[in-house]
Design a binder for this molecule. Structure first.
Ligand SMILES: Nc1ncnc2c1ncn2[C@@H]1O[C@H](COP(=O)(O)OP(=O)(O)OP(=O)(O)O)[C@@H](O)[C@H]1O
Ligand SMILES: [Mg+2]
Length: 246
């Protein structure tokens, strides 16, 4: 059940693509100040949920309330301006522009800041994320970890209230995970409510306050991370493999 403390309150969301129901009767809330994990096997519908919240797709039915207001039907740029930012599973920078320009543009168009203010904010965010030394490189030359960090920088530079993070840890080496956990927790401590799609159990359990698991478009578990990853239905949908913390 959602409470008055919810910043996002999603009710009975449904989205099909042709005959395929990607998201079915999906309800959940994101508490103010919470870090909420979203797991599920490939094709479960996780990215589609983000695409629905961020306005990339319009749901067939259902309600998405952000700070009490139904945002269904609003275009992505309006939703972003209202304070919901996201990263993309496949990073989508402007490859020929520099890292700094990429972040600056996100501040201008995503956050509505002036050119000068956007540049100042971009420098601050790159410093925080640890990309300052690469700020003058074309974004297309970045390696995977840095591209993922650039995605995060572009999302947070607009000063969002809600941050949707889609598999920013995918492809990272074990040694790179603590850096990411720390960055996400610091963003959260700055007052941003976070929803995190992630496959890496260690990253999820160390980072999130609550965990939702979906399978075939439906929610199958919602609760404390350590309990959810041991839930029989969750283990079953991951092809019988136990999601163990390494
Ligand atoms: N634009 C689209 N057109 C047609 N089918 C789509 C579209 N977007 C998603 N789907 C389908 O919807 C289902 C859910 O996809 P989605 O990308 O949300 O899964 P996911 O949980 O993010 O998976 P992954 O872990 O692989 O990223 C899949 O069967 C996918 O093929
Ligand atoms: Mg996905």
């Amino acid at each position: 059940m959602a409470s008055d403390d919810s910043i996002l309150d999603v009710q009975r969301l449904k989205k099909s693509f042709g005959g395929l129901v990607a998201v079915r009767d999906f309800s959940f809330h994101l508490g103010k100040g919470e870090i909420l994990g979203l797991m599920g096997p490939n094709g479960a519908g996780k990215t589609t949920v983000f695409n629905l919240i961020s306005g990339v797709y319009k749901p067939d039915s259902g309600v998405i309330k952000y700070k009490g207001m139904n945002i269904v039907g609003l275009p992505p740029h309006k939703i972003r301006r209202l304070g919901i930012a996201r990263t993309y599973q496949i990073p989508q920078p402007f490859p020929r522009l520099t890292v700094l320009q990429n972040v600056q543009i996100a501040a201008m168009y995503g956050g509505g800041f002036s050119k000068a203010e956007s540049e100042k904010r971009a420098h601050e965010v790159l410093d925080f994320i640890g990309l300052s030394d690469k700020k003058d490189m074309p974004a297309g030359n970045l390696k995977l970890l840095d591209l993922k960090m650039l995605e995060l920088a572009r999302a947070i530079v607009s000063n969002p209230s809600v941050l949707l993070v889609d598999e920013v840890g995918a492809g990272l080496r074990e040694a790179e995970i603590p850096h990411l956990v720390k960055i996400l927790k610091t963003i959260n401590e700055m007052g941003v409510s976070i929803m995190l799609i992630e496959h890496i159990p260690r990253l999820v359990v160390e980072t999130v306050d609550r965990l939702i698991v979906m399978n075939a478009g439906e929610k199958i578990a919602d609760g404390k991370p350590r309990e959810v990853i041991r839930d029989a239905r969750v283990i079953e949908c991951y092809l019988g493999k136990e999601i163990v913390e390494e």
